[in-house]
Design a protein. Structure first.
Length: 547
């Protein structure tokens, strides 16, 4: 205990307090920095919330002990990134997750007494829009949704009634929706509103990109046309590349496909008559028969025959019969009517370009260059035939196929393959990169504090207490006596013995003792230098080196 007290007195109470205070401050700064940077950053829990719902959600988070922060006007809530899932499950279990929309629960606390028909219609429309927004947000890849429905007024005549329309704004967070997903959103909205057609639903994302226009009845826009073109080219390219690489080897073929897609919708109606395909439609038969029985006089014309009341001349009857028959047959010529509807997306023309590498034979000697041999015309023809069969080549359609043998730059391929490798060890996300940057900043800050704050303090503290090297002097016992240690010991002992009645006397005693110590130290140093010149030179060199 006495040795510790003597060492403490030699070191100095003030110097020790300074070192401990600075060390405690640096340690506290490191702890605060580590707690701040080491923890996961805040992430979005919910945004665009109704203020009443936001208040209920924050109350539930406080009750569950989950730290949170609000942004903007309070409609955006942020929580720790590692607690987002836990918070959402907790809020969903309590039925508080409505994401700012109003559903059919609006009728739970409303009384129909005193409400006009207009107010009831508005409430019904709000509820329908909120329920549709929740349904759309439940789909994969959609983070937020807002639905607006325009219902026409009820008209007296049905002919004057307009069709309803709808607009949907979806949040994708940088993702992209396929044509089928956009069509699914339009069908969901159209199926929930009476007399609403899918072509009357407009879909827009948060980046002001129109995914489906309201006047697009068939749902085929320039965006869908480009997607159809890209899908067709990608499928053909993958199919042809897999086939060709199976023949020439992996990495020895490059395939490019260009497809000309029909973007217009056309309807063709054709009516064809077949004269050989006659069919009896109707048959009618008409007949007539006549008979003449008029007599012919046997005698001549006499006066007796012409006297009134006289006898008529004798006559001979004639038998005459006439028959007329007619038949009419109506024939129907066969008629074929064909209506053909061509939807957009039909392939009008295909152009395929294939580049194949030659044959590389490894060098016989280690370190030598491989031997390159181009492919024969027969092999190129076989590859071209395979490509035509795989793509469905149609000469009448104007398809083109080009297969060329060129020598590939293998060094570029190797470097590109190394950079494009899908090593899972380097598949970092944005959050992982930010966490790595935070940890790197923490590490650099800690190292700077250690090397530029703690190390100079400890060096200055140790240098002040015993920084001068020990000088071996010829003392009474012939041992080595450290000059500074001797000075500190003498001064410390003298200061411990000071107990004079006045402060002035204490100062005089201290000054006298320090003068004696300095004189004694100088004398011992001079004696040591005279007796040990080589060691003195080495000590001086070490001082200069440290300085």
């Amino acid at each position: 205990m006495g040795g510790f007290t003597a060492a403490l007195q030699r070191f100095g109470i003030g110097r020790l307090a300074m070192v401990l205070g600075v060390g405690a401050g640096v340690a506290a700064a490191l702890v605060v920095l580590m707690m701040r940077l080491g923890q996961a950053p805040d992430a979005l829990l919910y945004s665009n919330l109704d203020l009443r719902e936001a208040g209920e959600i924050t109350a539930s988070l406080e009750q569950a002990g989950i730290p949170f922060s609000t942004r903007g006007d309070g409609s955006t809530i942020m929580v720790n990134r590692d607690q987002v899932g836990e918070a959402r499950l907790m809020l969903a279990g309590r039925g508080l997750v409505t994401s700012g929309s109003v559903g059919y629960e609006i009728f739970d606390n409303q009384s129909v007494m005193g409400q006009t028909e207009f107010q009831q219609q508005i409430s019904e429309q709000r509820a329908l829009q909120g329920e549709l927004a929740r349904t759309i947000m439940s789909m994969r890849g959609i983070s937020s949704a807002r639905v607006q429905i325009a219902l026409p007024r009820r008209e007296l005549f049905q002919a004057d009634a307009a069709d309803p329309t709808a607009a949907v704004v979806v949040g994708l967070n940088g993702r992209a929706l396929s044509t089928d997903q956009v069509r699914a959103i339009r069908n969901v909205v159209a199926s929930s509103v009476p007399n609403l057609k899918p072509g009357k639903v407009t879909v827009v994302d948060e980046t002001n990109q129109t995914l489906a226009a309201g006047d697009d009845e068939e749902g085929f826009t320039s965006a869908t046309a480009e997607e159809a073109k890209g899908n067709t080219e990608a499928q053909l390219q993958a199919r042809i590349k897999d086939l060709v690489e199976g023949v020439v080897g992996a990495g020895a073929a490059r395939v490019q496909v260009t497809a000309d897609i029909e973007m217009a919708r056309s309807t063709t109606q054709e009516q064809r008559f077949d004269p050989d395909g006659q069919v009896v439609r109707s048959t009618s038969t008409n007949g007539s028969q006549s008979q003449d029985t008029t007599g012919v006089s046997d005698g001549g014309a006499t006066a007796t025959n012409n006297i009134p009341g006289g006898e008529a001349a004798a006559t001979t009857p004639l038998g005459s019969t006439e028959s007329v028959n007619g038949e009419t047959t109506n024939y129907e010529i066969s008629n074929t009517t064909t209506t053909t509807v061509k939807e957009p997306g039909e392939v009008k023309k295909l152009s395929v370009a294939v580049a194949v590498d030659g044959k590389l034979t490894p060098a016989a000697e280690p370190g030598g260059e491989p031997t390159y041999e181009p492919r024969s015309a027969e092999e190129i023809t076989q590859i071209e035939d395979l490509v035509k069969a795989a793509m469905g080549f149609d000469q009448a359609r104007g398809d083109q196929v080009r297969v060329t043998n060129v020598r590939f730059n293998r060094d570029a391929l190797v470097s590109a393959g190394g950079t494009d490798g899908g090593d899972p060890l380097f598949n970092f996300t944005k959050n992982d990169i930010m966490r790595g940057v935070e940890l790197a900043v923490l590490l650099i800050t800690g190292l700077l504090l250690i090397f530029f704050v703690l190390r100079p303090l400890m060096k200055s503290a140790s240098g002040g207490g015993g920084g001068m090297p020990a000088l071996a002097g010829a003392g009474a016992g012939g041992g080595q006596v450290p000059v500074t240690s001797l000075q500190t010991t003498v001064v410390g002992g003298a200061m411990g013995q000071l107990g004079g009645p006045s402060e002035m006397e204490q100062r005089l005693d201290i000054a006298r003792i320090e003068g004696q110590v300095k004189a004694s130290s100088v004398k011992k140093v001079a004696d040591f230098v005279e007796k040990h010149p080589d060691e003195s030179t080495a000590i001086l060199r070490s001082w200069v080196h440290e300085g």
